[in-house]
Every structure is written in structure tokens, then in C-alpha cells.
Ligand binder design. Structure first.
Ligand SMILES: C[S@@+](CC[C@H](N)C(=O)[O-])C[C@H]1O[C@@H](n2cnc3c(N)ncnc32)[C@H](O)[C@@H]1O
Length: 276
């Protein structure tokens, strides 16, 4: 199955390489940096634990698992309305929805919030480059995108909901999530790129302290018998941190730079621990 929305840093383009490097068998599937969940949706695992620090995407995913019909009904109406009006009117609807989302978010809320879930989908689909991006205050601040009709496929949502309904979905830090991986489990670890953009979460940075902590929890999971795969941008610090882990390089097309000259080839590395 395809993911439900685009997500910055998604590993969709490398699924074949990643799948070729997975262990041949495993117990529970864990994805602690879920984002748009491209590997999860492709694999459709029977038993899975997925999580992300981003409350908004997890709220959407939980709402779809718990109340698919309500979410689909709401989106059928709002997306249908959005797609029936002119481009300037779509922009106005997007900007009103963004302001409304930020206002409601500032008041505090708990998972599962159905209206925010529906609004999240419209915003992430309608925003520039389909990106969820927040400022330091946690406000969604990505501008309106290309104004094309919003994609929404109710059947895809229904299939995704059935898959999600048999999955444990959490809004937790990776330390908690990876700490639950046990012997024979497979953990797919896809953190934000080293010392670059981390606008997924307010005040987010993912530099040396986070990667150091991540390696520790991944190493502990591998020692418990879990099979751990980590995908990161190639960097000498990360290579030294994962010394002794099996390493495979994959070429990446820079997706975060808007400028043509910035679209140089970069290298990602896949690091594997706890299995051959
Ligand atoms: C590279 S993206 C994951 C992309 C995903 N694998 C996909 O295919 O769509 C990294 C994710 O890490 C999440 N994240 C950032 N800091 C985190 C933390 N401390 N714990 C858990 N998730 C975190 C972000 O919200 C983001 O969704």
C-alpha cells in the first residue's frame, strides 16, 4: 500500500534497497520515526508498533485507525468543497484552516482529535511541497502550495485503517519506542538528518546528543536480540558512532534544497546491527 501523504525524509524512493537489506524473518515490526510510514505501508506488517514525536501526524493516524468512517465523511465534505472552488478561494480556505488549526492547537488537546485530524490532512496535502513544518512555537507555518486539487481516496483510507487498527500507535520519543523492541523483533530507525532541518517538531534539533543517545538505545536493542536497521545521511561522526555495524551506502537525490544547483547527489548509509 502507498503512504497516505508525502513526508519530508520519506524513504519511499529506496524501498527496494531497504527491503533487500532487511532480515529474512522477524517478529514484531517497530518504526519509531514513523513520519509518513512508507516502509510500514509497503510491508503491511501483521504485528507492529509505530510512533513519532510529532503529535499531529500521530493524531491523524490514530483517528484513522479508531474512527475511519467519521474521518472519511469529514474529509469527503471538506476536500470536496476545497476541490470545487477556484484557486484563490482554495488559498483562502487553506489559510483559514491553518489559522484555525494553530488557534485550536494552542488551547491544548488530547489524542484522538477528529477535527484536527481532518484539518491536518488538508493542510499537509495543500501546503507547499506537501510539508508539515512548524515554527519554534509549534505553529504550522508552511504556506499554501500549488493549488492543485487535494488528493483523497476513501478506499485507500479504508484499507489503511484496517492495517492501522491492528497496530499499536504512540506519540512517544524514540527512547521509549526502541526500548520496547525485544528478541527477534525488527526495528526500522529513520531519524531526521544529522544537524539539518528538523521542523517536524517544535524546538527540534537532531544533532550529536540525539544521535549519540539514539545509537545507545539501538545498541541496547541489538544486544537484547532485536534486528536493527538505521538509515542516516553519510557523516564521519555517524560512521564512527556505529563502528562494527554492517554498513551499506545508497545514493540520495537531495530533496530538501529548492535550488537546482543544490540538487547534488548525496549519500545515505544503512547501518545494521543484531543480524547479518
Ligand atoms: C526522516 S522522518 C521519518 C520518515 C519516515 N520513515 C517515512 O518514510 O515517511 C523523521 C521523523 O522523526 C520524527 N522525530 C523527530 N524527533 C523525534 C524523537 N525525538 N522521537 C521520535 N520521533 C522523532 C519526526 O517527527 C519525523 O517524522
Amino acid at each position: 500500500m502507498n503512504p497516505l501523504y508525502k513526508w519530508v525524509g520519506s524513504k519511499r524512493a529506496y524501498l527496494d534497497t531497504i527491503k533487500g537489506l532487511m532480515p529474512p524473518t522477524h517478529n514484531t515490526y517497530h518504526e519509531p520515526f514513523f513520519g509518513g510510514g512508507s516502509l510500514y505501508f509497503d510491508l503491511e506488517p501483521r504485528l507492529a508498533l509505530i510512533s513519532d514525536a510529532n503529535k499531529h501526524s500521530i493524531n491523524f493516524i490514530k483517528a484513522l485507525a479508531a474512527a475511519p468512517n467519521d474521518l472519511i465523511d469529514q474529509l469527503t465534505t471538506t476536500v470536496g468543497h476545497h476541490n470545487s472552488v477556484s484557486k484563490p478561494e482554495r488559498r483562502r480556505l487553506f489559510e483559514t484552516a491553518r489559522a484555525g488549526y494553530n488557534q485550536r492547537n494552542a488551547q491544548g488537546w488530547t489524542l484522538i482529535h477528529l477535527e484536527l485530524a481532518a484539518a491536518f490532512y488538508g493542510l499537509v496535502r495543500g501546503a507547499f511541497n506537501g510539508m508539515w513544518r512548524v515554527n519554534a512555537n509549534g505553529e504550522f507555518n508552511n504556506p499554501f502550495g500549488d493549488g492543485k486539487p487535494l488528493l483523497f481516496d476513501a478506499d485507500h483510507f479504508r484499507s489503511a485503517s484496517k492495517l492501522l487498527a491492528r497496530t499499536t500507535i504512540r506519540n512517544v520519543d524514540f527512547g521509549v519506542a526502541i526500548g520496547d523492541a525485544g528478541e527477534g523483533d525488527f526495528v526500522f530507525v529513520d531519524p531526521p538528518y544529522f544537524e539539518t532541518w528538523n521542523g517536524y517538531v517544535a524546538g527540534g534539533t537532531f544533532g550529536v546528543p540525539e544521535h549519540y543517545r539514539l545509537q545507545r538505545v539501538c545498541g541496547d536493542a541489538a544486544k537484547r536480540g532485536a534486528k536493527v536497521m538505521v538509515t542516516v545521511g553519510d557523516h564521519p561522526y555517524l560512521r564512527s558512532l556505529y563502528k562494527g555495524w554492517r554498513l551499506v551506502e545508497m545514493e540520495r537525490n537531495q530533496q530538501m534544497s529548492g535550488k537546482a544547483e543544490g540538487r547534488k547527489k548525496e549519500v545515505d548509509i544503512v547501518l545494521m546491527g543484531g543480524y547479518e
